[in-house]
Design a protein around this ligand. Structure first.
Ligand SMILES: [Zn+2]
Length: 79
């Protein structure tokens, strides 16, 4: 893992990589100022900053995919 400097202070960010729906996502956080950022990909130098809401959408999508399948989504939407 490559160390990255916090954009808000001189501290070094801590990187945590997780896999969501088969995609690598890296969360970088700063223990000094509380900065937190999500990035697409693994902890390489070419990380792309992504919005936290996008990550949360992916997590909820994965939960939905792992949940027991409902028979017909249209019948549920009609209620
Ligand atoms: Zn910081």
């Amino acid at each position: 893992m490559s160390a990255a400097q916090c954009p808000c202070c001189p501290n070094t960010l801590v990187s945590i990589s997780i896999t969501i729906s088969g995609e690598r996502r890296t969360m970088r956080s700063c223990s000094r100022c509380g900065y937190r950022g999500w990035y697409a990909g693994d902890s390489t130098d070419r990380l792309e900053r992504i919005a936290l809401s996008g990550v949360l959408d992916e997590i909820s999508d994965e939960r939905r995919a792992n949940a027991p399948r409902r028979s017909d989504p249209l019948s549920i939407a009609g209620r």
